[in-house]
Design a protein around this ligand. Sequence first.
Ligand code: GLN
Length: 476
Amino acid sequence: MTDLTTLTLTQLRDALRRGETSSVAATEAMLARIVAVDNDIKGYLTITDELALAQAEQADARRACGDDSPLLGIPIAVKDIICTQGVETTAGSKILEGFVPPYDAFVVRKLKAAGAVILGKTNTDEFAMGSSTENSAYFTTHNPHDLARVPGGSSGGSAAAVAARMAYGALGTDTGGSVRQPASFCGVVGLRPTYGRISRWGVVAFASTLDQVGTFGRTVADCAAMFQATAGYDPQDSTSLDVAVPDFEAALTGDIHGLKVGVPREYFIEGIDPDVETAVRAAIARLADLGAQIIDISLPHTEYALPVYYLIAPAEASANLARYDGIRFGPRVAGTDMIDSVKKTRALFGPEVKRRIMLGTYALSAGYYEAYYGRALKARTLIKQDFLNAFANVDVIATPTSPTTAFNIGATGDDPLQMYLQDIFTLPVNLSASCGLSVPCGVDSHGLPIGLQLIGNTLQEATILNVAFAYEQSSQ
Ligand code: GLN
């Protein structure tokens, strides 16, 4: 009998449609796989096995009645920063330990309506601040390709779960790269859609002008199927885009003849791992073999993206995280009076979150507002303009996802800047109005996965997914 965990999401969907297997069987296979490997990988913070089996039974019953919803009966995982009704949602933080949301995030509602089975909640850096899951207040997730290494972050639990066949697909969030970079490190496909494409309602806020939910799959088609089920307008999120959702799976034709692929010179810099550069350049050459036209481009304000992001994101975080006072959500630490209690409760934040709150509060303070936050906003506009100029001449932009492959747990030590440098190629996408994905493009000399980042103009997810699909098909 086939090991159901080896099927991709779309293969399982076909098998379910043909009646060759059941959702209960697939869910049991995934839960057994989690028991077998997650003690070592630690991708999940919470495993909702009983709920998952109940959902699987319901899915099988729905199918028996002729229901063929897009993800009917397919077991998936959800990053623990996305609210799930009745299931603890911690955002990887002690300040939300024991918080059980009374509602599902809109995106979880959509998944449930599509028939998905939720296996559990995956590990994340605390409030999604980080690039390795080492900032989770609970534990670090290990990279399935080498347990001594990080899976990337902040959605490292979701990426590791998909890579280790502990879920057929997963949700993450990407504020500065947190879907694409862990996808790259774990050798899976990760999409960060255009801001506003997927509702943020019920997603614990980090930096509200940058946050966006994204999807993981073992293949491009799997990632597209997850995206299809979760994209769409939500009136509860004022930044949600009220636009038509194309058929992303139908857009996967694999034909990229005549497509213009821009390669920005600012992304092939000193310090980039030579194996990464070689693999990404080879992947770009393959796109040319497939009929694409490769064009050298410049995104001249790229060097400002890192400092701009690390002003804007902490500024927004400092405002968003003011709500954790022990009164409305999560645990409360008793103090001598109200102020003392709030202080003691807020001491539950981990060191990286405290650093961001301090950075953000400083950047927004009266005397420095114009000098830091105000200038960062102006520079953000220049970065956005770079992309608009580039997309006047090209259809997609190809770059490495990350300057390195997965690093050893503990390697960045106490140096937050080293960790921030991980985001150098991903966060310009968040600062502009573009979308981006990471697709595996080979391995380094240690056998660790490398990711090719494909960036598209606003709402052009179908284009980047199709380029990734063409590349993936040609490498099989
Ligand atoms: N690594 C980046 C940060 O620490 C991005 C995180 C994210 O996208 N959530 O802020």
